[in-house]
Design a protein around this ligand. Structure first.
Ligand code: AMP
Length: 507
């Protein structure tokens, strides 16, 4: 039997007239329409020599046709390579040179840039815009809809996704058909996904969350997807009455909470709110429960592994925890230096093993070897602990750990204390070079609207709550925290910005 992800998700879709994707303009495609469109695109790819293991790069806006391109790539046995639309031409050139795609599909506005890159690095260029129009769609239109999906095995590559690479070079995570299908089918079960579900989809589709979680899970369940070009709080609220699921990054929930229109009535038809990609503040979890009656289901995953852990559908959804490991996924917490298993409650490196774990980094065998233990566990780079109930708690990225005067400080612990202070909206704690301490604990703080809380008040509030070495040496007020499109705070930017604040100062 074939393990092609397309077949695992969409076998039989060609005769399924139920609605698959509804667009912003109100028009809709059935599962049969999407199967047909992906068939046309696959025939176009096949005719142009694209087959197993060729890479197809897509740096395109969100559209149904972009989804059809993703599915068509799977159907030909080729490897889908979605690129963040925000990348500059120089960044894009690095990915194209590294991945050597046979076909590059880009927005028409970037065609000249991509042609210049392809002239140096190789590859054919086609275009697709946010409405799904462009040379790719034009060329594919004359091809037939029927296509025999190529047989693939679980271990064959389905996609390469570049990690955000906030330290060092971005790495291409190689994901297999088996990785993606096991994760999608597990989540359908765990989140009780069914064909009557209607998903509000406001995420980008070049990332694991918006593509592999949101779309694959919905496809596998034959649910309906309401495709929104971008996040718009009021539109989402107005759509909840006819939707059942929202998947969002934590920022979505923070923004929705700012609307006076969010209440139990607006959310009455919804059955599931999922958050992930960045930590959800316990405060946001509580506020959401209070306003809507729903406990947000927080889950944890990463590009290299897909989803790792999830709070339960039935049972306690714990604020500040990402829940238990998914079925068939093993999680352990180890000493980052020795790799030894740590007891329950101790903070250490989160390691993971299972059918969801990627096949390695493209063109980087040494990097791959360095990030796996001999027994096959992948070293995530995230620090966390397991509690007595088996729930996982993340305390932050290993590289964000602060070592001050020889003591380890986990930023999340400090951020949680600061966020609880009256007048504080949110905070991010980083280590900044300091002559005496190596690193000085430093907090960037966003005030709540109309708050005039100052550095002294925050430091006083923390002094009784945190050991001296954990207390920030400086509080720096900022308008907003720098975040990437997935809502992650870009701590590297804060470290750069604050790099010199302790220069020439002792103490
Ligand atoms: P990415 O590969 O871009 O999906 O980023 C993966 C990283 O996001 C993980 O290694 C975590 O550091 C972070 N992350 C994802 N989900 C969560 C979560 N629920 N809570 C805290 N951090 C998360």
């Amino acid at each position: 039997m074939t393990s092609n992800l397309y077949d695992r998700l969409l076998a039989g879709a060609e005769s399924d007239r139920s609605i698959c994707i509804e667009k912003d303009d109100g028009t809709a495609l059935s599962y049969a329409d999407l199967a047909a469109l992906s068939g046309r695109f696959a025939n176009f790819l096949g005719r142009n020599g694209i087959g197993p293991n060729h890479r197809v790069a897509a740096k395109v806006e969100k559209s149904v046709e972009a989804i059809a391109l993703y599915l068509a790539t799977l159907r030909t046995g080729a490897v889908y390579l979605p690129l963040n639309t925000a990348y500059t031409a120089a960044e894009t050139e690095y990915f194209i040179r590294d991945a050597q795609p046979t076909l590059i599909v880009c927005d028409p506005r970037e065609e000249a840039d991509l042609r210049a890159i392809a002239a140096k690095a190789g590859g054919r260029v086609e275009t697709l815009d946010h409405q799904g129009k462009g040379s790719l769609a034009d060329a594919a239109a004359s091809f037939p809809v029927g296509f025999d999906t190529v047989t693939r095995a679980n271990d064959d590559l389905a996609a390469i996704l570049y990690t955000s690479g906030t330290t060092g070079r971005s790495k291409g995570a190689m994901l297999t058909h088996g990785n993606l299908s096991s994760n999608a089918l597990t989540l359908v079960q765990e989140w009780r996904y069914a064909s009557k579900d209607v998903l509000i989809h406001a995420l980008p589709i070049y990332h694991v969350h918006g593509l592999f979680v949101a779309c694959n899970v919905s496809f596998a369940a034959r649910a309906r997807i309401l495709f929104m070009q971008k996040f718009d709080a009021e539109r989402i609220l107005a759509t909840m009455a006819r939707s059942t699921v929202l998947m969002g990054v934590p920022t979505f929930y923070v923004r929705l909470l700012e609307s006076a229109n969010l209440n139990e009535r607006t959310a009455a038809n919804m059955r599931l709110f999922v958050a992930g990609s960045a930590p959800l503040l316990a405060e946001t979890h509580r506020a959401w429960k209070e306003r809507t009656g729903h406990a947000i289901l927080e889950r944890y995953g990463m590009t290299e592994t897909g989803m790792i852990a999830s709070n339960p559908y039935e049972g306690a959804r714990i604020a500040g925890s990402v829940g238990r490991p998914l079925p068939a996924v093993e999680v352990r917490v180890t000493d980052p230096e020795t790799g030894a298993n740590l007891p329950v409650g101790d903070v250490g490196m989160i390691e993971v093993k299972g059918p969801n774990v990627f096949a390695g980094y493209w063109n980087m065998p040494d990097k791959t070897a360095a990030e796996f233990r001999a027994d096959g566990f992948f070293i995530t780079g995230d620090l966390g602990k397991l509690d007595a109930n088996g729930y996982l708690h993340i305390v932050g990225r290993g590289k964000d750990l602060i070592i001050t005067g020889g003591f380890n400080v986990y930023p999340k612990e400090i951020e949680t204390e600061i966020d609880a202070i009256d007048g504080v909206s949110e905070s991010a704690v980083v280590g900044v070079p300091h002559a005496d301490f190596g690193e000085g604990v430093t907090a960037a703080v966003v005030r709540s609207p109309n708050s005039s809380v100052d550095e002294r008040a925050i430091l006083d509030a923390l002094s009784g709550r945190l050991a001296k070495f954990k207390q920030p040496k400086r509080i720096i007020f900022v308008e907003t925290l720098p975040r990437n499109t997935m809502g992650k705070v870009q701590k590297n930017l804060l470290r750069e910005r604050f790099a010199a604040i302790y220069a020439n100062k002792a103490g």
